[in-house]
Design a protein around this ligand. Structure first.
Ligand code: C5P
Length: 225
């Protein structure tokens, strides 16, 4: 709506998986579809925000024409594109499922099959949300996601603090309706001051709207300039 506090606000959204090359034909990745971040990008653009979507490899694209998509493959590329967009953003939402590790030295040639086992040594990728969280100003709002295979509220609260998020959205893979590739999600919100009840099962578009309502409340509460 034209009265949205998001009008003209710059939003950075990371979304999708990353791919970490082992050799020219193989990679390490995960099951992220990018659906949650793409839904957020479309809903934020519909509220008048200027959206930059740093999107890992997925065939899905936002439908709103004003969303600026920066396609990336690896975590390092996602990090670089996000770091560039971050200083001028008002809001950053980290939905991407960034690979925690990458092969230390991707082979230039296709690795040949041998009779023996193969070990690939992995090094840590940068934590995009944590690094940009250290640079966050008092005017910027950061939103994170946590996906846990147990009820995991302790680790969501830890990530909220360690990554300097304003709030974090926890989804548990125990919930049959939540998580990767699905069109629905069931979540709990944590801020340093509040923990919400678990939401009912929501379409990712509905969840995107709820997240943006929370962001607008925070924008309304932040001091102007
Ligand atoms: O630590 P964990 O990966 O569970 O944290 C999830 C949150 O941190 C998500 O918001 C995710 O997008 C972000 N993240 C990131 N860069 C990484 C790992 C996670 O931005 N390398």
């Amino acid at each position: 709506s034209p009265s949205s506090l998001l009008v003209e606000k710059r939003i950075l959204i990371t979304a999708g998986p990353t791919r970490e090359a082992i050799d020219p034909v193989r990679y390490i990745s995960n099951h992220s579809s990018g659906k949650m971040g793409i839904a957020l990008a479309d809903k934020a653009a519909a509220r008048g925000a200027q959206v930059t979507l740093v999107l890992g490899p997925t065939n899905l694209r936002p439908s709103h024409p004003s969303v600026r998509v920066i396609p990336v493959i690896s975590a390092l590329e996602m990090y670089e594109a996000s770091e560039e967009a971050h200083p001028t953003c008002d809001v950053a939402v980290f939905t991407a499922a960034v690979a925690d590790y990458r092969p230390a030295k991707p082979s230039v040639e296709k690795i040949k099959k041998k009779e023996t086992n193969l070990s690939v040594s992995l090094v840590k990728n940068p934590d995009i949300a944590r690094t940009l969280g250290e640079k966050k100003t008092s005017k910027q709002i950061h939103v994170g996601f946590a996906l846990e295979t147990d009820e995991g509220s302790g680790s969501a609260e830890h990530k909220l603090v360690s990554k300097n998020f304003d709030f974090i959205v926890l989804n548990s893979l125990i919930d049959p309706e939540a998580g990767f590739q699905k069109d629905t999600n069931q979540v709990t919100f944590f801020s340093t001051t509040e923990k919400s009840e678990k939401t009912p099962v929501l379409k990712k578009e509905e969840l995107a709207s709820i997240i943006l309502d929370k962001v607008e409340m925070l924008l309304g509460a932040k001091p102007k300039v």
